[in-house]
Design a protein around this ligand. Structure first.
Ligand code: PEP
Length: 255
């Protein structure tokens, strides 16, 4: 497996944080700190922040993403936002299947797949989140769970479309808890995801797939995690709201 074949991507997941004015301020603080990054830098922000985020980062190396999208283009889905709507405002990336969506909003592998399809059909790049709960890890079924999530999410996705997929391995027990997977644990599962994708497509397609780790990645532990052969970047929650910390992670991915 050749890590140099893949693009390192550091993406912030702001979750339900920051008003438009605060988003502008945060992005203005981050932009100069990451301008020389030798990796892709993405900020996934709340829907109401998208326009100001796009304006603020125009001409910079920061790309903007949303945190979810619906699978239909339009219709009676109160409170939802569609992939064509995101594309229309100029968004490039969308997170799909985040564990908080799965846990609190009834997202399933099947609806994740439908959202992935809609995002791809509308020219977006998907950050597809997969990961096990603590009980599943303790039961020794992490690989089965994560492989199944990956396979269902990628159903009907062509090899050409796979180039617009980034997989984020996020053990649920490590998200927002301060408990990071060890570098070895993170790499093991990322490597397993790559083998799963090789089985679905082929070795070349799997070798080119960017796989991020997410779960309490921070300025201190980023280097060790990102040094792992199958970890190609990070999906960053809490630390993405702190400019210096986020920039330190981007720097660690740029080495
Ligand atoms: C996330 O929300 O995807 C995440 C990884 O959060 P945190 O970094 O805060 O654990």
């Amino acid at each position: 497996m050749n890590k140099t074949l893949r693009k390192a991507v550091i993406a912030g997941n702001w979750k339900m944080n920051k008003t438009p004015a605060e988003a502008k301020e945060l992005l203005e603080a981050i932009a100069p700190l990451v301008k020389d990054a030798d990796c892709d830098v993405v900020a996934c922000v709340p829907y109401v922040d998208l326009s100001v985020a796009l304006e603020t980062t125009a001409g910079s190396n920061i790309r903007i993403g949303a945190e979810n999208c619906h699978w239909e283009a339009s219709g009676a889905y109160t409170g939802e936002i569609s992939a064509p709507m995101l594309k229309a405002v100029g968004v490039d990336y969308v997170i799909i299947g985040h564990s908080e969506r799965r846990t609190y909003f009834g997202e399933t592998d099947v609806t994740v797949n439908k959202r992935v399809r809609a995002a791809l059909d509308n020219g977006l790049t998907v950050i597809l989140c997969v990961g096990e709960y603590l009980e599943q890890r303790e039961q020794g079924i992490t690989d089965e769970i994560v492989a199944m999530q990956t396979k269902v999410a990628l159903q009907g996705v062509s090899e050409a479309e796979l180039k617009r997929i980034i997989v984020a391995y996020e053990p649920v027990w490590a998200i927002g808890t301060g408990k990071t997977a060890t570098a070895e644990q993170a790499n093991e599962v990322c490597a397993m995801i790559r083998r799963t994708v090789a089985g679905l497509y082929n070795a070349q397609a799997a070798d080119g797939l960017t796989i991020q780790y997410g779960g309490s990645m921070n300025a201190k532990n980023a280097e060790e995690l990102l040094d792992q052969p199958d970890v190609d970047g990070g999906l960053i929650g809490g630390a993405s709201l702190k400019p210096e910390d986020f920039a330190a992670i981007v720097k660690a991915a740029s080495r």
